[in-house]
Design a protein around this ligand. Structure first.
Ligand SMILES: [Zn+2]
Length: 296
């Protein structure tokens, strides 16, 4: 792969958008640069790393079962960012792509027909499989063989920004979804007020783990390339990036105690400036929109 090309549209990427970004969250030794695509304006790392496994130390929080406090906070404060199954989803097959510790799947398991996890780290996939008793894939090839056009809903909460090969994953999603199936994507908004103000200290940047920030033209290109229609995009209230950013600015690096202390204030801030996260809904098979059917 040409390392100076956009991973969404293939156009050249102009570097120097944000340079020398250190890992202020987990303190791994990596320092990365971000550039912006001259075509679709995607912000992405330059160069795109070949192997990201060492960016995720054993302490990576998403690979551990979350506390009751986190689960409660997610239910109460950030629920508008996560996919909430409606009554009509009672029989749906739902895959959570990048399911982490499986707590989202656990929270909606009674609201859908079947839950399926996807988690690339095999040990993590095994842990979730044992805990929830559902299928958890860690290989695209294996999942595609079992699930071709069987899935109704794919959720990808704060996952897309970690991917080095966006087309590989969007193509996979398209092949396992039924016609009319939906993809629900939540991604930190690199154009938000807080991202512009905090810059390298913005918690949503999460260098080196966040590779790119699809939105606008780049997300539309990815959707169209794989047979999706971009049905909806909206902002979601997400106080975590506010709280994490303030904690990082104050201490020079992320401190969880400060993050928790800032959380009540940051919930109010995120309601006042509710654009730190963007939520996209894609629908497979654009013909449906031309025929006037509604799937939103
Ligand atoms: Zn591009």
């Amino acid at each position: 792969m040409d390392i100076s090309r956009c991973i969404a549209c293939g156009q050249p990427v102009k570097d120097h958008w944000l340079e020398r970004c250190e890992d202020l969250y987990l303190c791994t030794p990596y320092v990365v640069d971000y550039g912006v695509c001259e075509g679709c304006r995607l912000v992405q790392q330059v160069p795109i790393p070949c192997d990201t496994r060492t960016f995720y130390p054993e302490s990576y929080p998403m690979h551990h079962e979350r506390s009751w406090f986190f689960s409660l906070a997610r239910r109460v404060m950030i629920r508008r960012v996560y996919f909430e199954p409606k009554e009509s989803a009672a029989g749906a097959v739902l895959m959570d792509f990048g399911c982490g510790d499986g707590s989202y799947l656990e929270s909606i398991r009674d609201d859908v027909g079947e839950i399926i996890g996807f988690e690339p780290v095999s040990e993590q996939a095994e842990r979730v499989r044992e805990r929830l008793g559902c299928k958890v894939y860690n290989s695209i090839g294996e999942a595609e063989g079992d699930l071709k056009e069987r899935v109704d809903v794919i959720t990808a909460h704060f996952v897309v920004e970690h991917l080095t090969d966006l087309h590989l994953v969007f193509g996979f999603w398209s092949r396992i979804l039924k016609d009319g199936g939906i993809v629900h994507i939540a991604v930190p908004n690199i154009r938000s007020w807080e991202a512009r103000k905090f810059r390298k200290h913005w918690h949503g940047l999460d260098a080196p783990r966040h590779i790119s920030f699809p939105e606008g033209d780049s997300l539309s290109i990815l959707a169209k390339s794989h047979g999706f229609r971009l049905a909806d995009s909206r902002y979601g209230i997400f106080p975590n990036t506010w709280a994490g950013s303030l904690a990082t600015v104050l201490a020079g690096r992320y401190r969880h105690s400060l993050f928790l202390a800032f959380m009540p204030l940051c919930y109010l801030l995120s309601c006042l400036f509710p654009n730190s996260t963007t939520v996209f809904t894609l629908i497979k098979n654009a013909r449906f929109s031309l025929e006037g059917s509604r799937h939103e």
